[in-house]
Design a binder for this molecule. Structure first.
Ligand SMILES: [Zn+2]
Length: 347
């Protein structure tokens, strides 16, 4: 019987592995697309930017360092149990990357999907009615449970109504709502082929059944339909079976981050399907009365700027402007420019 690994054995990375891993890390470290154009990019940038930078940091940080140590250990033929420890760490991080990316896409494309914890919480809270109860000079809120029938109905309705964030819903919702082309099309293709299912299976086995480093494990025999103890002194995971998938996953993760950067930096926010193919423009104009510059949606100026004489300046309220420049924009930003222009006239 082998002794369990000591803390030192499990955590210690010797100098040879460390320097080998550092080379691998440096080779795969990526600077993702950044462009000065980002400065005048979309309003959506404010939502997207910090989250996008987080996925980049995760790739170059936690994910890449784990990958580098695992790969170095594989290539230098380190102890099985120690390699297994890094294998678990790596595949869990690979799976998590895609979950983080789906969260980002849900937010950026406003898909209104929920992660399963949020969904569970919403359903739980909806089973109660808040009631105000007098207490001293003030009031406090008390949550009264609804009747069993009501709760059952709410659970059923919400379960159907609130859809969860996962690969298939992300693909379904984006293609169902938006016109998919260019970099977005490439990104969705990468997600379709991300092959993360391979790791999900082994991850579930590790989480629920046996650690990757185990030599003795409970095994369910599908022919005999019974359990037995499986002995495998060299370990139950054959790492070489996963080497190619790991390489592929790291490559696709890098590519997907790059695509997200291009979509955000180049402001390729897609049109909704019902407006597919339409191009949106706004114009920078100068008011002929107050001489100030403002942005007017092209709708107000007409195809040939024929309405420039009757456009109202949102700054001084006088009529008439001169067109300086035309910018191409996105449907969502066009809506924001229009909203901003109109809200200047609200009381
Ligand atoms: Zn003016």
């Amino acid at each position: 019987m082998q002794e369990p690994l000591s803390f030192r054995e499990l955590m210690y990375i010797d100098a040879k592995v460390l320097s080998y891993a550092e080379d691998i890390h440096n080779k795969h470290y990526r600077s993702f697309f950044t462009d000065e154009k980002a400065k005048n990019a979309s309003n959506m940038m404010f939502i997207a930017y910090p989250l996008m930078i987080e996925t980049e940091k995760y790739y170059n940080g936690e994910l890449l360092s784990t990958y580098a140590v695992f790969k170095a250990m594989r290539e230098l033929g380190e102890n099985y149990r120690v390699t297994a420890y890094y294998f678990e760490n790596l595949i869990i991080r690979i799976i998590s990357f895609w979950d983080y990316l789906y969260q980002f896409l849900n937010m950026y494309f406003d898909l209104k999907l929920y992660d399963f914890r949020a969904k569970k919480r919403i359903i739980e809270i909806s089973g109660y009615t808040p009631e105000f109860v007098s207490e001293g000079r003030g009031q406090r809120v008390e949550f009264k449970p609804k009747s069993n029938e009501e709760q059952k109905k709410i659970r059923k309705d919400l379960n159907k109504k609130l859809n969860t964030i996962n690969k298939s819903n992300i693909l379904k919702y984006i293609t169902g709502i938006y016109e998919v082309k260019g970099n977005l099309k490439d990104l969705l293709q990468i997600i379709v082929n991300n092959n993360v299912g391979v790791f999900q299976e082994v991850r579930n086995e590790i989480i629920h059944q046996r650690p990757a480093g185990a030599n003795f494990t409970v095994n369910f025999n599908e022919m005999l339909l019974n359990y037995s103890v499986l002995i495998n002194n060299s370990g139950w995971i054959e790492f070489e079976r996963y080497d190619a998938d790991i390489e592929r996953c790291m490559d696709l993760i890098g590519k997907s981050i790059q695509k997200v950067h291009e979509i955000v930096h180049l402001n390729e926010y897609p049109n909704r399907i019902q407006h597919a193919g339409i191009e949106y423009f706004v114009k920078e104009v100068t008011c002929i009365s107050c001489n100030k510059v403002f942005i007017a949606p092209s709708l107000l100026l007409g195809d040939k700027d024929e309405f420039a004489k009757v456009v109202i300046c949102p700054l001084c309220g006088e009529v008439g402007c001169k067109v300086n420049k035309t910018f191409k924009t996105t449907e969502v930003d066009y809506g924001t420019y229009l909203g901003n222009y109109l809200s200047a006239f609200e009381e």
